[in-house]
Ligand binder design. Structure first.
Ligand code: SF4
Length: 222
């Protein structure tokens, strides 16, 4: 897209600080069901699900964890079986060797340092093997303590299209969003963008004509 066109479009929709609240409010009405698609009932299950969700779909993870969580209920259970057995039990999520290693390493630390509980702060979560910033952010947010903003492929694409960031790197995008999005919305904001990305603002064919924020979006094609 020519630079002059982008500049014109940005001028047309106005500054991002003035647009962020209406964007959040409208998306919240449009996607009232926007929530994490992983199925879990306890913090440990949440952590395991998010760790397994790397490089695969949430549907796939839910299929695997339905049986997994009936068999592995406490951190100790993941260490009580041979690594190969755990690998077989999570095989369908892909990268099963690496994921099994990370799970067992994580369980060891949970037992030794956190009384078997899932910690709530980002620095603590980031000490667990296989837990990178995105995983830590998802877990903290779902446990009711968002300390950052989850940036996945949808959040990245929509933030750029909506003119909320010019960055490419997820860490820098998150930094931009944390300055812009009101703190009380850090938890739900990524869900709203993820669901809007899945349903309307498709990567290849965004349906701008059906988009509730098209008048606030510098990338709108209508
Ligand atoms: S107007 Fe188009 S590009 Fe902008 S958020 Fe909506 S669907 Fe995406």
């Amino acid at each position: 897209m020519p630079r002059s066109y982008i500049h014109e479009a940005r001028k047309r929709v106005g500054p991002k600080r003035a647009r962020i609240r209406p964007i959040i409010e409208r998306l919240a009405v449009e996607h009232q069901d926007a929530a994490i698609a992983l199925e879990f009932t306890r913090p440990l299950e949440l952590l395991v699900s998010v760790m397994l969700s790397a490089q695969t779909t949430d549907v796939n993870v839910n299929r695997v964890t339905e049986k997994l969580f009936a068999k592995y209920r406490r951190p100790e259970d993941y260490l009580a079986v041979p690594q190969e057995e755990l690998e077989r039990d999570i095989y369908a999520t892909g990268f099963y060797r690496q994921k099994a290693r990370s799970l067992r390493g994580t369980m060891q630390i949970l037992i030794e340092e956190f009384d078997g509980e899932v910690p709530r702060t980002l620095p603590e979560l980031l000490r667990l093997p296989g837990v990178a910033r995105k995983t830590a952010n998802v877990v903290a947010a779902e446990l009711g303590h968002p300390q950052g903003i989850v940036v996945d492929t949808h959040v990245r694409r929509l933030s750029q299209r909506l003119g909320l960031t010019k960055q490419e790197d997820p860490v820098k995008i998150e930094r931009d969003l944390m300055k812009l999005v009101p703190r009380e919305d850090w938890g739900r904001f990524p869900h709203l963008l993820i669901w809007h990305g899945r349903r309307v603002c498709d990567a290849r064919r965004p349906r701008c004509e059906d988009c509730v924020v098209n008048d606030l979006c510098p990338s709108s094609r209508v």
